[in-house]
Design a protein around this ligand. Structure first.
Ligand code: BTN
Length: 244
């Protein structure tokens, strides 16, 4: 791994992604920020990410040595890295819900939020903040998410947290640098492909069949016989539609 990471740990922080973005203004170091708890954890589309003690909340701040034009590429690589990590450290097999969620037994166990400092001169990211929230030993979920969220384990085991963090960063940079086989793995772990999905676009609810994911990360659906490419930023897929 050519990306050497300096590690900064917090017992409690508002958001490791926010902290990483602050650091990115003044440093070219690659830094891993880990917190035991977040008080203002953030998810995609302005959502909050429930972040009590027991989970892993981390952000990897790095400065790519080759052009990264789309945050989605990083999210896709990180999803595969996390699935591999959970399998290797805990022997648990998980699935990926396009585009950035990891699921276990039909419930969300991990979310990924990639942000960055974009340089419009060269149309790519100068710095990337890869944020990962993993429900590891998280037990009591609040009422509004208890039916859709789950945890990898119900009791704490020594050394597991560190093993997951180390393995994840290693797997992620291995994929980022070598780009081997990860896209096929992303699709084969998909929770969505082959399913009927509902998505909200321009305030209209659509129903379609998810048939493929493009190399650039769009979900390809067939709706009324027509092929449509969906961009993750524009649509919202209803989780309940995935299990029909
Ligand atoms: C999502 O589910 O939409 C993405 C969740 C990402 C959560 C992680 S936890 C560490 C980092 N800090 C944040 O505030 N968010 C990310």
């Amino acid at each position: 791994m050519t990306y050497k990471l300096k590690k900064i740990c917090f017992d409690e922080i508002s958001s490791t992604n926010e902290y990483a973005k602050e650091l990115a203004r003044n440093t070219k170091e690659n830094i891993l920020i880990v917190a035991n708890k977040q008080t203002a954890g953030r998810g995609r589309l302005g959502r909050t990410f429930y972040s009590p003690f027991g989970g892993i909340y981390m952000s990897v701040l790095f400065h790519p040595d080759r052009a990264v034009e789309k945050a989605t590429d990083i999210t896709v690589m990180a999803s595969v890295a996390m699935v591999r990590t959970i399998s290797s450290v805990l022997g648990i097999e998980t699935q990926i819900k396009w585009v950035n969620d990891i699921y276990l037994n039909g419930k969300k166990v991990c979310g990924i939020l990639t942000e960055g400092i974009f340089n419009s001169d060269n149309n790519s990211f100068d710095s990337v903040v890869l944020g990962v929230g993993l429900n590891l030993f998280t037990n009591d979920f609040p009422e509004d998410i208890k039916d859709i969220a789950t945890s990898l384990s119900d009791k704490e085991k020594k050394g597991v947290k560190e093993a997951l963090i180390d393995k994840f960063t290693q797997e992620f940079f291995d994929i980022f640098e070598n780009k081997k086989e990860y896209f096929f793995e992303y699709k084969s772990r998909s929770l969505i492909l082959g399913k009927t999905v509902e998505y909200l676009k321009d305030n209209t609810l659509h129903t379609a069949n998810a048939v493929d994911i493009s190399e650039s990360g769009e979900l390809i659906v067939i709706e009324n016989g027509k092929k449509i490419l969906l961009n993750s930023g524009e649509i919202k897929i209803s989780a309940s539609s995935l299990f029909r």
